[in-house]
Design a protein around this ligand. Sequence first.
Ligand code: ADP
Ligand code: ADP
Length: 216
Amino acid sequence: MRLVLVGPPGAGKGTQAQYIASNLSIPKISTGDIFRANVSGGTDLGKLAKTYMDRGDLVPDEVTIAMVRDRLSEDDAQDGFLLDGFPRNVAQAEILRDMLKDWGQELDLVLELVVDDDEVVRRLAGRRTCSQCGRIWHVEFDDKKDDKCDACGGALFQRDDDKEETVRHRLEVYQEQTAPLVSYYADEDILVGVDATGPVEEVTQRAMDAIRPFMG
Ligand code: ADP
Ligand code: ADP
């Protein structure tokens, strides 16, 4: 199964990607996570990406695509993958299509997580990430009174780009650059919209129901 998740920042892509990828036994490939790991590791890629991420802008396509190409070439991605946060504009989508074609592969399905702007802002304002295992929590919805991860005990942190100013800009970037992917993939007949409101488990159920008909 070769899957892509699209949706605005805060829609729940990372949260759902954890469960969907584990249900389908495919690797979850999150470009945001890979960039953040490079930022923490102080690599050249991380230094470059950080200047864009701090502003809420997209990292240049050239850099992002090279990184995804490397990741998709690894052994564990040969029989399927779940992309979270890539592609993020039509140019990336076109290159992904060509890259997969060269390898005799194609996308099976693109899931669009649908939530309104107010909910997105609430979700981003309360988002916390575990510095140890990377799990995603929410201060209000997960009732996080302490700053510890329930899964591994690691310290939780708030992402720099989840500050209000940056969030507003990221939502604009989504509307301008990423939202056009919805009609792009609808034209290719591989887009399915999923209502991403309500409890996390219910959204996962809806996503799995949408995926099942596309499984080989
Ligand atoms: P969110 O989950 O809130 O949508 P991500 O973790 O996916 O955010 O991405 C964080 C940041 O990483 C983005 O704002 C952008 O700067 C960079 N980034 C992630 N994926 C891409 C991509 N496909 N193309 C360009 N930049 C990206
Ligand atoms: P994205 O990767 O699309 O930016 P995340 O998966 O990081 O989104 O989720 C953003 C925030 O919303 C996190 O704090 C997460 O715990 C919370 N969240 C995700 N799904 C739901 C849901 N169904 N209901 C309430 N909160 C959610």
